[in-house]
Write a protein that binds this ligand. Structure first.
Ligand SMILES: NC(=O)c1ccc[n+]([C@@H]2O[C@H](COP(=O)([O-])OP(=O)(O)OC[C@H]3O[C@@H](n4cnc5c(N)ncnc54)[C@H](OP(=O)(O)O)[C@@H]3O)[C@@H](O)[C@H]2O)c1
Length: 255
């Protein structure tokens, strides 16, 4: 198994892409700490992982709160002894036209998607640097590559920040044997897509997502998890500082 004996942290691991990554990593042999704010979802994923014969922790925490992040990382170290893989997947979107965007909404999106990712990375990397190994996988977005619709300003800015932070981390942590990469998913039907959108807006989003993809369809959480598994495994030991799109080929991003 590709991740036999590895210890992983997946933020936002109770739903959507994060849940599928947590389960895929567990099938590949890893023990998983599943983290987010909602106890029910992370405990459900933890129980599924334990039923697969792996070890798992469900840790309720908010990535925006440094003390909670530090406590979560300490708990994983206490229980698992080390952290080999961090998947910074927790994220939100609140589609809003720029002229209606409030400071609170801007802060909510940037604090969750970018500052929270920084807190988690810093806390985990302190251990990875000491152990001189590790894989960090950041979940970015095609919105960071320019493939965004109106209303995505704060979200696209946060994810573009994730890409820049990914490269900076890859540079600083590379000498310690730590690989840092980002995945930029295309459109996938998860709770994030439905949040803050009317059914009509979701329908339109699906139509646009399908027509903008060369493959003529949306993606699946499994397709992102397969790429995350590759990046977390020894197969990707010479890959770092990359922002890898997994979006079925977006025609609006082609020259
Ligand atoms: N779906 C897509 O089309 C798409 C495309 C590109 C990129 N992405 C990215 O993929 C990632 C996963 O999103 P998803 O599509 O799978 O949607 P999702 O199911 O809504 O997942 C987001 C996860 O983040 C967690 N989260 C949100 N705020 C948090 C906070 N403050 N602290 C801790 N956890 C928090 C949520 O759990 P709690 O609410 O329980 O905290 C939830 O489990 C996100 O980073 C998103 O930007 C998604």
């Amino acid at each position: 198994m590709k991740l036999e004996g590895k210890k992983a942290v997946v933020t936002g691991g109770g739903t959507g892409i994060g849940k599928t990554i947590a389960l895929e990593f567990a099938s590949a042999g890893a023990d998983i700490a599943v983290c987010s704010r909602t106890v029910e979802t992370i405990e459900q994923v933890r129980d599924e992982i334990i039923a697969m014969g792996r070890d798992s922790l469900a840790i309720a925490m908010d990535v925006r709160v440094k003390e909670q992040v530090d406590k979560m990382v300490q708990k994983v170290i206490d229980e698992f002894g080390r952290i080999d893989i961090l998947v910074n997947n927790a994220g939100i979107n609140r589609p809003t036209p720029i002229l209606d965007l409030t400071e609170d909404t801007w802060n909510l999106i940037l604090d969750t998607n970018l500052k929270g990712l920084f807190f988690c990375t810093q806390a985990v990397a302190r251990h990875m640097v000491k152990q001189k190994s590790g894989k960090i996988i950041n979940i970015s977005s095609t919105a960071s590559l320019g493939g965004n619709d109106p209303g995505q300003a704060a979200y696209a800015a946060s994810k573009t920040g994730v890409n820049a932070f990914t490269k900076a981390c890859a540079r600083e942590f590379g000498p310690y044997g730590i690989n840092v990469n980002a995945i930029a998913p295309g459109r996938i039907l998860t709770p994030l897509i439905y949040a803050s959108r009317t059914p009509e807006q979701v329908k339109r989003l699906i139509e646009v997502g399908i027509s903008a993809s060369v493959l003529g369809r949306l993606g699946t959480t499994e397709e992102i998890a397969h790429l995350a598994l590759f990046l977390a495994s020894a197969d990707a030991d010479f890959i770092t500082a990359e922002i890898i799109a997994c979006n079925g080929g977006r025609t609006n991003l082609m020259a």
